[in-house]
Design a protein around this ligand. Structure first.
Ligand SMILES: [Zn+2]
Length: 395
């Protein structure tokens, strides 16, 4: 039989022990539930997989003949999803997604990569005109006037392996910060994944502060962090040093030429407990003659990871932007507010992370076996929509 279809995807998902146990007991907070939680969860996953971004879209799927391909016999309205997601446990959902990622590693999904990275990054999601919940943060214009509200969160994704798997998200409301949320997420990720699951954390400049770097070190993760003006002394020292000498290495990265400078004896800033800091600077020459330049700091020693390896780890940070936030927002409705309630919002973000992770494993590993070519995400979603109209076989 075909391995491709919404029903087959849900079956595939349930082959992960953590997903099937999640379906059985997801931490349903409803008092006297009439519709089993698993029904809602199947519909939420299927709707996201099909890129239906609203609860109304999910309701329409449920009220259509597609219901049967999702293995659902009952219909319900979007208000039932609102009530359900307001009360659903976020921790159980997080554990399910982490369970999928851990199982993927045991199944050797990352075996072609020497190092596994975790990228952390923050973003604004879910805009609204008015303040509607305690998580709403004001959005201000240049004159500091409030022009609306949105929600902020830090997301973590497995990167650097050829498979970007978004795994968890941590919101931060007014009075909280990206940086504090990033540390909570780092600690939880390592606790849930287990020490030594990943080799390094990769972050943008705003996380390059002593407490975050120390927290990563305590969790036995090396760090590769963008070096910007927020660390002026180190940034200027690196600029001065590298300006006067030729690059240490040149290599090709696809169609680009990369020059790289690498020195591991910079002084740490006052609060950083590292002995020395290693800084790399790269200049990436594009075929159109444009040049991208960036500085990064790391605690990898040169003998552990060479210049080119650190360069690729630094570049893996883009995966959380492109395959995390951009994909999530443009295709899977990460921006959309299904129901304006803090828990419901977070459940939605986490459902998107779980769906993206399962979709990528399903498409790039499960369907792409033997001599089957890998499907593009857009092709898969088209085939999935078409599969909704087909009669169901009994296998
Ligand atoms: Zn809100």
């Amino acid at each position: 039989m075909s391995r491709l279809g919404v029903r087959q995807f849900l079956k595939y998902a349930a082959r992960y022990a953590k997903v099937s146990s999640y379906f059985r007991s997801p931490g349903d907070g409803r008092v006297r539930p009439q519709i089993p939680a698993v029904v809602f969860l199947r519909v939420l996953l299927a709707a996201r997989l099909l890129r239906e971004v609203s609860f109304l879209g999910a309701e329409e799927l449920v009220k259509s003949p597609a219901r049967r391909t999702m293995g659902v016999r009952i219909t319900f309205g979007d208000d039932a999803l609102e009530y359900f997601t307001e009360r659903l446990s976020v921790d159980r959902l997080r554990e399910a997604t982490v369970g999928v990622v851990r199982k993927a590693k045991r199944n050797k999904a990352f075996q072609d990569s020497r190092w596994i990275g975790l990228a952390f990054d923050g973003s604004g999601v879910g805009r609204s005109q008015d303040k509607r919940c305690e998580g709403c943060r004001p959005v201000r214009n240049k004159k500091k006037e409030i022009i609306g509200y949105h929600h902020k969160m830090v997301m973590v994704s497995v990167v650097g392996t050829g498979l970007s798997l978004p795994m968890d998200a941590e919101p931060y409301g007014p009075g909280d910060s990206e940086y504090a949320a990033g540390q909570r997420l780092l600690l939880r990720s390592v606790k849930n994944l287990g020490v030594r699951f990943a080799d390094y954390a990769v972050v943008d400049g705003e996380f390059a502060t002593a407490p975050f770097l120390h927290a990563a070190g305590d969790a036995r993760l090396k760090v590769v962090a963008r070096l910007k003006e927020n660390l002026p002394e180190l940034h200027e020292a690196a600029q001065r040093r590298f300006a006067s000498k030729p690059p240490d290495r040149k290599f090709r990265d696809d169609r680009d030429w990369v020059e790289i400078w690498d020195a591991d004896d910079f002084d740490p800033w006052e609060t950083l407990r590292w002995g020395t800091v290693r800084v790399i600077r790269y200049r990436q020459h594009k075929p159109d003659d444009s040049v991208v330049e960036a500085y990064w700091l790391t605690d990898w020693s040169k003998s552990e990871a060479g210049s080119q390896a650190v360069y690729h780890m630094a570049k893996s940070r883009w995966e959380i932007e492109n395959q995390g936030f951009n994909d999530g927002k443009n295709r899977y409705g990460l921006e959309h507010i299904c129901h304006h309630h803090p828990n419901s919002l977070l459940i939605n973000w986490l459902i998107i992370a779980l769906t993206l992770t399962l979709e990528r494993l399903y498409r790039n590993r499960y369907l792409h076996r033997g001599n089957h070519t890998a499907l593009e995400a857009v092709t898969l979603v088209r085939l999935l929509w078409m599969s909704l109209g087909k009669p169901i076989d009994s296998s």
